[in-house]
Ligand binder design. Sequence first.
Ligand code: AMP
Ligand code: GLY
Length: 426
Amino acid sequence: MKILLVGGGGREHTLAWKISQSKLCDKLFIAPGNAGTTQFGENVAITVNDFEALAQFCINNSIAMLIVGPEEPLVKGIYNFFKENPSTAHIQVIGPSKQASQLEGSKAFAKAFMDRHNIPTAKYKEFDAASYEEGMQYIRNHPLPIVLKADGLAAGKGVIICNNHIEALAEFQLMIQHSKFGEAGKRVVVEQFLDGIEVSVFVLTDGKNYVVLPEAKDYKKIGVGDKGPNTGGMGAVSPVPFVTAAYMETVTQKIIKPTIDGLQKESLDYKGFVFIGLINVEGEPFVIEYNCRLGDPETEVIIPRIENDLIEVLSATAQQRLNEIDIAISKQTVVAVMAVSGGYPNEHETGKVITGLTDSVLEGTIIFHAGTKQEGDKVLTNGGRVLAVTSFGNNIAEAAEQSNYMLEQIHFDGIYYREDIGYEFR
Ligand code: AMP
Ligand code: GLY
C-alpha cells in the first residue's frame, strides 16, 4: 500500500525508517519530512495543518494509510476531516478523532475524563475569567509548590511549577487576564504537585483493544544533571530500569484499562497512539498528562525496540482488530541523545552545515534527523533540535556512550548535547 506520514521531526524520521522495513509498504511519502526522511521515502512540500492539500495529495496518489505524527493536526481535527469527506473516508487514518484528541488538547478535558473513570491523577480545580477571583483565593490557600497548567496546546510550555504564592498568583493573572498562552490558555488547571520519578508509557489502541508498547524516560532539561530550562526533550532511554513487570501490571490495571474503557464508553473514536506521562509516587502511578500521539524523542527509543511489522500493526489498528496482534519487544536497551543548536531552547541560529553524518556510522547506531534540510549536497540545521543519535546496547551506559562517541564525529556550528542521558541508571 501507499502511505503518507505527516510530520517532519525525529519522531517522523524514526517512523519512516520503521515503515520502510514493512513488507506491506509499497511507497512512503512524508509531508513535509526532513533531510533524513528522504532515505526512506519521498518528501512532499505540504505543511502538517494544510488538510485540503494533504487530502488532495492522498486522492491523487491513491494513498491507503495516513499516519499523523504531531498533535496539532490531530487536535485541529485531521481525522474528522478525512472521515467526513467521501473522497478520503476510505483512507485508514492513524490518529484519534478531534474529540478524542482533547485528551491532549485540553488539560481540563483530560482531568475531567480521569475523574469520570477513576484514573489516579493529581487533585485539581479549573478556573477561567468568570471564576478568576475564586481561583486567586484557591491559590492563596493551596500548599506549595503549586502547578498551573494552561488548558490548551502550548508547545510544551504551558505548565508552570511555582514555589511561592506570589509567583503563582502573578502567573495565574498573566494566563487569564493577559492571555500568556493565548486564548486556549485562559482556562487554567491548578493542580497539586506530585513528587516522584517520571516515566512515559505508550499504548496503541483501536478504540476497543490495545497493545502496550515499550516505555521510555525522557530528559527535558537543557543542562547536565537536569538543570536549566525545559526543552522539547534532550534524549531518552528505553527500557526504564525501575519499570518492572509488576509495576506495568499496576499501570495496566489502574490506568491503561480504565483509559481505553473510558474512550469506548464515551464513544470517543480513537485509532492511534496514546502517550501517558506518569509520575511514580511511592510505587503508585499517577497520570500527569495524556498526549494523543507518540513523543519526541521517545519515539527514537521505543520504535527501534518493536520487532513487529509496524504497518501490519497499524492496519490492525485501523480495522479494529488489534486483539489479533502480539507485540514483540527487543530486550536491548536503546538510548537517544539529541544534538541541538547553540542557544536552544531560546533564540538560536539555523542553516549551519552539518558534517560527519555519513562517515563510519557505528553498527548499532542510527542517526535520526529532527530539524534538518537538504540544500544541494549539503545537510543544514533547520531547528532547535537537530539530530537524535540512537544506539542499542546491553545497558544504558553502553548505549549512551556509543551515541556520545558518534556525536563526537558530527559537527555543526554551536552543536550541543547532553552527555549524561540516562545518568541516574548508569
Ligand atoms: P506536561 O506539559 O503536562 O507534560 O507537564 C510538563 C512537566 O511538568 C511534566 O513532565 C512534569 O515534569 C511537570 N508536571 C506536570 N504536572 C505535574 C504535577 N502535578 N506535579 C509535579 N510535576 C508536574
Ligand atoms: N518529549 C515530550 C513530548 O513529545 O511531548
